[in-house]
Design a protein around this ligand. Structure first.
Ligand code: ACO
Length: 446
């Protein structure tokens, strides 16, 4: 690993006018006053616990369904400024990485914190490449799935199954074991995904070709037929590589939170990755790219866009690919994706659905419903159009998200494991159910 020091580390700190980094709280139930330290613009929820009406009280808690204003960890991996539309991995802007890096290099950066030097990159690529093969028995699991099984279901199941092949993965506090599982997970995810795809077509599996790049090999395993040597189209290979860079991490999103939460029970990383992949599958998260395309097909023509937007505004539908919990500005990834779309269309022909997507975006960016709620296109709005043009069926779209996100999941998992402040994830609840009551025998119930 490179020993270069990061140029800057973000300190979340707004200067205090009084010089006091504390919050004064008066509990009006008791009249008592408390002074709570503020660090990194946060207060510790546990500092609320001493605030009680009487000694039997449990003490005050924060109530934050869906964690909309709760930091569950500190992290040095990914920085997002949702108001300004900024995304950085380890301090590097997403725009610069998309232009100059490769997915495999970016994955190293995300995992180990620094860009690799030449020999580190060569070792890393070699190790990932030499873990692309999967045990032959995995093919038997795949054979058990229906021909029309969703590939995300197959991916979730087969990633979990890897846990049974690598019992050494349970040694999660051994850095060597973690390193090995990292090679395996990043190396094998494309193979599992491609095999799931081939199974759905009833085609023989195409084995990894270690001479090709990470994305080139993935395209080989997906699309190779009778060629002795598969040669990926360089524009499509690079487009996929950039899309993989854009999807590699996104701080504490739903699937990364699932990875940390499940991993906090100290289960092995394959099971935790299966949980994260399951979280990604939902249409409000990584399944949105598939949902966007289904929506564009349903809209059918540019003329139908205003009527569809009307249904969205009445609350009947969501405009899929729009809105984000964190971005209240244009998602910087969506801008890059829109650009790549045209490069792919130059090779594969224009996807006719792009006109419908552009019209949705045009209307939404001017309409008060979307403007007032600060709803902008997110990364998923245009990716489906690219994937479809590249020949992927819609069901593969979330899979194309899961493969690159694996590097982010592992980085988040490892950071959680090594953080002395972390414990098993276990939120509290506000119980609003019955008080203690007597059991009613069956013959006396209404
Ligand atoms: N279409 C129409 N209205 C929307 C949309 C949308 N896509 N997204 C949010 N809104 C509305 C909500 O109805 C709500 O309106 P209200 O204030 O009148 O009740 C308001 O905007 C705020 O939305 P919330 O649902 O509170 O925002 P939240 O942060 O909880 O949800 C989410 C974010 C899930 C991404 C949401 O915007 C959504 O469902 N988008 C569509 C699905 C999608 O594209 N998901 C991909 C996200 S990116 C990713 O995971 C890679």
């Amino acid at each position: 690993m490179s020993s270069t020091k990061p140029e800057s580390v973000i300190n979340v700190k707004t200067p205090s006018a009084t010089g006091r980094e504390t919050l004064s709280i008066t509990d009006n139930r008791t009249g008592r006053q408390y002074e709570v330290p503020i660090k990194n613009e946060t207060i510790r929820a546990l500092d609320l616990r001493p605030m009680k009406v009487n000694t039997e009280d449990f003490g005050l808690m924060g109530y934050d369904p869906a964690f909309t204003n709760t930091a569950s960890c500190s992290s040095k991996i990914t920085f997002i400024d949702g108001d300004k539309g900024i995304l950085r991995y380890r301090g590097y802007s997403i725009e610069e990485l998309a232009e100059k890096s490769t997915y495999i290099e970016t994955a190293y950066l995300i995992l180990y914190g620094e860009l690799p030097n030449k020999s580190e990159l060569a070792d890393w690529s070699y190790n990932v490449t030499h873990h692309t093969f999967i045990h032959e028995s995995i093919k038997k699991f795949l054979d058990g799935f229906h021909y029309d099984a969703h590939p995300m279901g197959m991916l979730i199941s087969t990633v979990a199954a890897l846990s049974t092949f690598y019992p050494d993965a349970k040694d999660i506090f051994n850095p060597e074991s973690r390193r090995k599982q990292t090679y395996r997970l990043i190396g094998k995810m494309p193979t599992l995904a491609a095999f799931a795809y081939r199974h759905s077509l009833g085609m023989p599996f195409a084995y990894p070709d270690n001479d090709l790049s990470y994305c080139g090999n993935f395209l080989n395993m997906l699309f190779r037929t009778t060629e002795l040597k598969y040669r990926p189209n360089p524009t499509l290979e690079r487009a996929l590589d950039i899309l993989f860079i854009l999807h590699a991490d996104h701080e504490q999103n739903c699937s990364s939170t699932a990875m940390r939460c499940v991993g906090s029970s100290h289960v092995d990383p394959y099971c935790a990755t299966a949980a994260a992949t399951a979280a990604l599958y939902g249409p409000l998260h990584g399944g949105a790219n598939e949902a966007v395309l289904r929506m564009l097909v349903e809209i059918g023509s540019v003329n139908n866009v205003p009527a569809y937007i009307k249904r969205v505004k009445s609350g009947e539908k969501l405009l899929m690919g729009f809105g984000h919990r964190v971005y209240k500005n244009y998602d910087p990834r969506a801008r890059i994706v829109k650009h790549i779309a045209y490069e792919v269309f130059d090779v594969m022909g224009k996807n006719p659905l792009i006109e419908i997507a552009l019209e949705c975006e045009r209307i939404a960016l001017e309409d008060d419903y979307f403007v007032s709620r600060r709803l902008y296109p997110n990364v998923d709005f245009y990716t489906g159009l690219i994937y479809q043009s590249m020949g992927f069926p819609m069901t593969m779209f979330p899979v194309l998200f899961a493969i690159p996100r694996t590097s982010g999941w592992i980085a988040q998992w490892e950071e959680m494991l090594l953080d002395p402040e972390q414990k098993i994830s276990r939120p509290r609840q506000v119980y609003l159910g019955h008080e203690l009551r007597d059991y009613t025998p069956l013959d006396r119930r209404d």
